[in-house]
Design a protein around this ligand. Structure first.
Ligand SMILES: *[C@@H]1O[C@H](CO)[C@@H](O)[C@H](O)[C@H]1NC(C)=O
Ligand SMILES: *[C@@H]1O[C@H](CO)[C@@H](O)[C@H](O)[C@H]1NC(C)=O
Length: 360
């Protein structure tokens, strides 16, 4: 408990962000010699997702990038949060003052009921505390950490002792633009990119400007990525859902939008990578064994795109004999992905350090 509070204070106390200072950056650079270790919602296997504590822990554990989902509040602030509703990972249900906020809205072709983040102001959200999503994970930090803003998230990365990249997602952009209005007529995507620019993010992939403040902007929505490409030269990553799922903005299946033609189109708009879910690349059999890999990785690599494997399903296929290192080995060395989203960045870091040592 003490460690978490201290970590949260250390990162929350980022009084002087390294923004536009023009000073020399003596910090250790981002490594680019091996697949990126991307801390999925922070070290969320250990601490409640998308909190300052989870991000600080991920940085301590050696993550190259910290990943976040960015959504908008009722009053137009951008915050780090994954779901459209607050129910599963906050204590909102314990706040009688908000009991009347529960309602049903359509989100991505389905009706969802809960406490929607777009019905709360930032000040109201700050009174809530985060909790672990899964019962089988450590819940001893529930009720401790608040939701953080996108700017607080950026501050954590910029104040790390080495260069740590950010991997923010434009989350549910259709829903955000439908329910949140900004006074100046701007859209969610405009706000998102403007925030990154405010903190000096920009520059094409692997340029010196990018290496100084590494960022990948990710989205499941093709039109949001095209809009982002009009506003920034930062590299973009197209997230790929289950092949039969439909995009929220173009209502095409992910099978359709990952055709060679579509990937070429995206590539012309600064999309340097794709982020498929693991079962999209190697579909499992009904017996939880791996079937034949699809050609998605080869298609992306043929276009010079990175492939980031999204390990969102924490259950291992039986081929890996309950050994997560066997799974890392398969994805890095057999499939050949360029980065891994992981709920446990410490585990991936140790795998990478140990296998690098063994090669010497
Ligand atoms: C959501 O509920 C409304 C009201 O009952 C209904 O009209 C609409 O078709 C539903 N949408 C979906 C996607 O099920
Ligand atoms: C989305 O596409 C599906 C399949 O083509 C179609 O049945 C559905 O009506 C479409 N929905 C909208 C809102 O266009």
């Amino acid at each position: 408990m003490v460690v978490v509070v201290a970590a949260a204070m250390a990162s929350g106390a980022a009084a002087r962000p390294l923004v536009g200072g023009g000073g020399r950056d003596d910090r250790a650079p981002l490594q680019t010699s091996r697949p990126f270790n991307i801390a999925h919602r922070g070290s969320n296997g250990e601490l409640p997702e998308e909190t300052a504590a989870a991000y600080a822990r991920a940085i301590d554990e050696g993550a190259d990038f910290i990943e976040a989902d960015v959504e908008a509040t009722k009053d137009g602030h951008l915050v780090c949060f994954h779901d459209t509703t607050l129910d599963d990972v906050t204590d909102v249900a314990d706040h009688p003052e908000f009991a009347g906020r529960r309602r049903t809205l359509e989100v991505q072709w389905a009706n969802v009921t809960g406490y929607f983040i777009i019905d709360f102001t930032l000040a109201e959200l700050k009174t809530l505390r985060a909790k672990q999503r899964w019962d089988f994970r450590d819940k001893s930090h529930d009720g401790v950490s608040p939701i953080i803003t996108f700017e607080e998230f950026i501050d954590i990365a910029l104040n790390a002792k080495r260069v740590v990249g950010i991997y923010p997602e434009m989350k549910n952009p259709v829903f955000m633009n439908k329910h949140v209005k900004w006074a100046d007529g701007k859209k969610y995507e405009d706000r998102f990119i403007a925030t990154l620019k405010k903190y000096g993010y920009g520059g094409k992939y692997l340029t010196p400007a990018w290496r100084a403040k590494p960022v990948f902007i990710q989205s499941f929505a093709p039109t949001s990525l095209i809009r982002a490409a009009e506003l920034t030269d930062s590299p973009l990553v197209f997230l790929v859902d289950d092949v039969t799922a439909r995009t929220e903005d173009t209502n095409q299946s992910y099978d359709e939008v990952t055709s060679g033609e579509h990937l070429d189109h995206m590539g012309r708009h600064n999309v340097v990578g794709i982020g498929p879910w693991k079962d999209t690349v190697v579909p499992p059999t009904r017996g939880n064994l791996l079937a034949t890999p699809t050609d998605l990785v080869a298609m992306a690599h043929a276009r010079g795109m990175q492939v980031t494997f999204r390990n969102e399903n924490e259950f291992l296929h039986f081929n890996f004999r309950q050994d997560p290192y066997a799974e890392y080995d398969y994805w890095i060395n057999d499939v050949g992905v360029d980065g891994l989203f992981t709920d446990f960045p410490a585990s991936l870091r140790r795998f990478q350090d140990w296998t690098a040592r063994n090669r010497d």
